[in-house]
Design a protein around this ligand. Sequence first.
Ligand SMILES: [Zn+2]
Length: 349
Amino acid sequence: MLATLIHAERDIRVETVPDPVLSTGPDAIVKVVAACVCGSDLWPYRGVTPTREPHRIGHEFVGVVEEIGPDVAHVAVGDFVIAPFYVCDNTCANCRNGVSTSCLGGGWWGGNDRQGAFADAGQGERVRVPLADGTLVVVPGPIPDELVPGLLTLSDVMGTGHHAAVSAGVAEGDTVAVVGDGAVGLCAIIAAKRLGASTIIAMSRHPERQALALAFGATHIVEERGDEGIARVRELTGGIGADQVLECVGTKESMDQAIRSTRPGGMVGYVGVPNGGPELPVRTLFDRNVGVNGGVAPVRGYIEELLPDVLSGAIEPGRVFDLELPLSEAAEAYAAMDERRAIKVLLRP
Ligand SMILES: [Zn+2]
């Protein structure tokens, strides 16, 4: 089969690799219907995280189950399934506590599972899925093709934006600011609106992303950054700052922006993968009673909650995909996202 590998900085290749095979009882083999490139895939692409040897890449996919192992009970051949960006059993203590990203039996796409068998990465034609009953969520069919992009966002970006809003405690009538206008930031706007926020300030300086932010429910756009951006947020919030600020970037600057845009007593929900060393200014948080909550989003637990709204069209997170390419053009997908020619690229095997 074909799958995407990263060989080195800015070196993405689609190559022939061995077909996956069932290796443990709880496995499934999924034929990928759609996959995509994540903002976090750009860190190795840009060389920010080094690639020491060529390896498979991609952690977001939806597909159809082709084979199941003898211990699989809740997933059947032919089911359309959403895979979260990690493997989990959905039964251990951490999963039951809502932190399935810390699953005691879990793992990551493109690496070996706990039994030492390879779990394929998402940007390929097929994936061996360990712990299929826990990892996969079945979507009742038939699935119209136009719903595929929205369903694909549930494997990462929509659930991650939702985690920012949930971690910050967004509730009916709140004023929320969102730092970051990538796919996660845009999905955080959808999530804030869905949870009842009445004012949503999107911090963005790109016209196409501003338009999507407004379509998703943002009520105000702030283009300024740093002190000027914080001053604008305060102007829009009666001089105090937002009730919640959703940090969807992961840099020192974006975390600083988020913390200082939050009102006294407010909460930052952070989901940006920390890069560039953001650290918490505890004295500032103390003086202003600002809380910080969040982390790597346990999206597996959010899929069932968000799925009905995607199926009904009540939310349309699939609109974050502004470019679709065949899997064979994965290298161009990375380049388009790296150069910000695309917000998020969907790949079709
Ligand atoms: Zn678990």
